[in-house]
Structures are given as structure tokens and as C-alpha cells.
Ligand binder design. Sequence first.
Ligand code: APR
Ligand code: ZN
Length: 360
Amino acid sequence: MNEVRGVISRNKGAPVELTMILVPDPGPDEALIRVQACGVCHTDLHYREGAINDDFPFLLGHEAAGVVEKIGDGVDNVAPGDFVIIAWRAPCSECRSCRRGRPWYCFASRNAKQQMTLEDGTPLSPALGIGAFADLTLVDAQQAVKVDAKAPPEVAGLIGCGVMAGLGAAMYTGGVSRGDTVAVFGCGGVGDAAILGSRLAGARKIVAVDIDANKLEWAKGFGATDVVDASRTDPVEAIKAMTDGFGVDVAIEAVGRPETMLQAFYARDLAGTLVQVGVPDPTMTVELPVLEFFGRGGALKPSWYGDCLPSRDFPMLVDLFLQGRLELDRFVSEKIGIDGVEDAFAKMHRGEVLRSVVLL
Ligand code: APR
Ligand code: ZN
């Protein structure tokens, strides 16, 4: 048993706490990871607000990179000393989706079997089956994906969640390919990653839409060819005007709101694809004339974690970064200590950062 620091959310809506937690040594198929960096993501705040479920207390943090400390029996994909990114999708190979050859949808993703706890033995619910605002965390070994150790941990960690979700929304869910026109609604970390993914895939026009002028400036840095300030201009009209009156081939929603979903729906060309990577809350609804849905053709596609396959994608993205072909370091707005998570939520809320990253 290992006693280390961890950031927990004890009660709904209350500020997070830095406390001591107990992390078991790895059992069969598990790996103990010494966390080096972990990004502060919206989903951590959603957990704190009770918007995911009521399984308090949570051990927060899920965008992390670190070094394998120990492995349990039967683990052969990683060894102590390996530099890894932690994934929240570790395909089980046995569920109905994996068996059909679609592991990127795995419906029974693997997690550690033993529980991390508070000092009094209260079990912690690790955010997205990870829990990495902690010096050590216990995961299923398949959640640990070995990547080139030359990558800085603060960059590598971000690949574990938001960056992968955005890149994958463009490259995999949206199937953006060379010559496509793309619009990205919402230019936070996820939307900017979708912009980067669209550029990597060869899009010829990438329109960034946001209501914050600062975010639009940053979006240009990631490869947006055009920007629309939706607080001043109707984005659907603006996007049509930029695409000979037709709309884009792929419209990516990275806000998580019904109005932006509808804008993305109507900003498409005929047979265009709408990708929904922004996460809605349970109260949201949209009204859509069915004829508009049918008559415009194409596809409406939710994107879970960018339809990524961590074992395939994480090493590739790290390599592209190290070759200077993917500017992932632009997502790191600031590096903070493990006691800075609550402050980072406030900065995130005010739109001041793309990502604050906790260094351990
Ligand atoms: N139109 C356009 N942009 C908007 C609008 C709007 N009506 N409302 C908010 N935005 C912008 C914000 O200004 C911000 O830049 O959307 C962006 C959202 O970015 P972040 O809050 O930084 O969130 P991010 O981490 O990028 O995640 C976006 O994807 O994975 C999901 O849960 C995540 O739902 C969230 C979404
Ligand atoms: Zn996340």
C-alpha cells in the first residue's frame, strides 16, 4: 500500500481538497503509475459539480503522463521505467463491439480492479477510471500506453483526453481529408485540437467559430484559415459566405450546447458531416425539422474520445510532435502545482487558459 497526495472532490459543488490517499500495489493485469503531469479538464469540474454521477468522493485528474512504477502478474505491454500516457479507453477485446472489430467503441473498457481509498478506507471513484491528480495512480495495464520518453510529460499528458478527443473528432469521426472545408464551433482545447487535426488531414479551409476574440486569435495559431466571432455575426451565414454559398464538408461542434449544434447542422454543405464532440448536459434538447435532416443528407455523428484507439494513436501523435509536425505544446497555457487545481477551474471558467497542467 502506498500513501501519497491526491486531489479529491468530497461533496457536490464543494472546492476540491488536497489530501493523503492510499494506492494499492498492482495486482494481476494492473500497473502502478508515477504521475508526472496531469492536465485540468472540464470533465474534472463536471465531476466536482455532480454532473457525471453521485459516486463521491472522486479522485480527480485524467489527462496524464508518467512512468510505470510497478506492474502486476501477467502484464506484458509495459515494464517499470516505461514512459506512458494513461488512456481512459482500454479495449476489453471481449465486448460485442470489440468482437466485431470496432475496439474504438469498446463498451466495457478496462480499469484497475482494486480500489484507491482515503486513509480511513473510504473507496475513491477515479475520474474516467484514472484519478491522476496524485503522485501514484493504479490503472489497468492496458490503460498505460508506452510512448517516446523524449516528449515532455505536460505535452504527452494532454494527449490522454482533450487533445485526442479534438484531433480524433476531425480525423476519425469526421473523416476530414485533403481538400475538405471544415468549420469548428468552440475554440477551447478540444476545438483547437480539431483545427490541428483538420490541418494535419489536409483540409483546405478551416473556419474557427467562437464568441471570445482571444480564442479566435489562438485558433489562428493552430491553423484556422478564417475566423468568425459568433457574438457579432451569424456564423451560419458567415460560413456560407466563405464557401461559395454552400457550407462546409465537415462541421465540428466543440462547445456542448444545442444552439451551436444547430449552427453546425445548418453550416454544412449538402451531404456534409456534423461531428458532435462537445458534451451536452442532460437537460438539453434541439428541435429539427425532419425534412432538413433528410433533405441535407450526410451524417450526424457523436464523437466519443475522438473514436481513438490509444495504442495506435498516442505513440503516433507523440512522434509527430517530436518531429515538429504537430504543435501540441501550444495547448499548455500554464504549469501549476498539485495545490492549484481549484484555481485552474476558475481560470478555465473565465476562458483564460486552454489547459493548466499540474506537474508532480
Ligand atoms: N458559440 C461559439 N463558441 C462558444 C459559444 C457559442 N455560443 N459558447 C461558448 N463558446 C466557446 C468558448 O468561448 C470556449 O472557447 O466554446 C469554447 C469551449 O471551450 P472550453 O470551455 O475550453 O472547453 P473544451 O475543453 O475545449 O471542451 C469543449 O468538448 O469534450 C467536450 O466536455 C467538453 O463539452 C466540452 C467541449
Ligand atoms: Zn478530459
